[in-house]
Design a protein around this ligand. Structure first.
Ligand code: HEC
Length: 155
């Protein structure tokens, strides 16, 4: 008798634990607390919004469709007469070597080079608009580059 009661209680406890584990995996409550905004999955809406943000704030330097200030120098670099060339952000340059978190930081806070024209947009754009601009220029990357970027971030 005592033994059956014990088994029953243990069974209930195991069922409860199982339910808890399954619940955690299904709802991933921690993701609500900790997932940073730049990890949001691009959507048709965010890409379209990003296209507007880009056209208004970025294309003047980075070019239409993010081809770069000088499409012969997609990596950017220096101008003969001095000053930085705005690099291509469309996947032909070096930009995809940066994880999304770094891209977000560059756009929000500006370049670490103090003499760079790439200044931060934290006072002009919301976090969501910055993320949308990243979604837009990443939508221009070839699939192969997107995959390599994903792999790089995971390792
Ligand atoms: C006034 C010109 C100018 C504007 C406007 C501008 N950028 Fe830049 N940006 C640059 C230059 C020049 C660089 C390269 C030099 C550097 O990193 O300091 C750069 C670098 C970057 C980089 C790093 C690229 C890499 O390959 O390392 C990103 C990302 C970027 N810009 C995104 C944006 C976005 C998004 C906007 C609009 C919200 C924007 N920029 C607006 C001039 C500009």
């Amino acid at each position: 008798m005592v033994e059956t009661q014990f088994d029953l209680r243990r069974g209930q406890l195991i069922a409860l634990l199982l339910a808890l584990v399954v619940g955690l995996f299904l709802f991933e409550p921690w993701s609500l607390l900790s997932k940073p905004i730049w990890e949001q999955t691009p959507s048709i809406k965010s890409i379209a919004e990003g296209e507007q943000v880009f056209a208004t704030n970025c294309a003047v330097c980075h070019g239409e469709m993010a081809v770069g200030e000088n499409p012969h120098h997609p990596m950017g670099g220096m101008k003969d007469q001095g000053g930085y060339i705005a690099p291509a952000l469309n996947g032909t340059g070096h930009t995809w070597h940066h994880p999304d978190a770094v891209l977000f930081k560059i756009i929000q806070e500006g370049s670490i080079a103090e003499d760079s024209p790439m200044r931060g947009f934290d006072e002009k754009l919301s976090d969501a608009e910055i993320v949308a601009s990243i979604h837009y220029f990443k939508s221009l990357w070839p699939k192969e580059i997107l995959n390599r970027h994903k792999e790089m971030v995971q390792h």
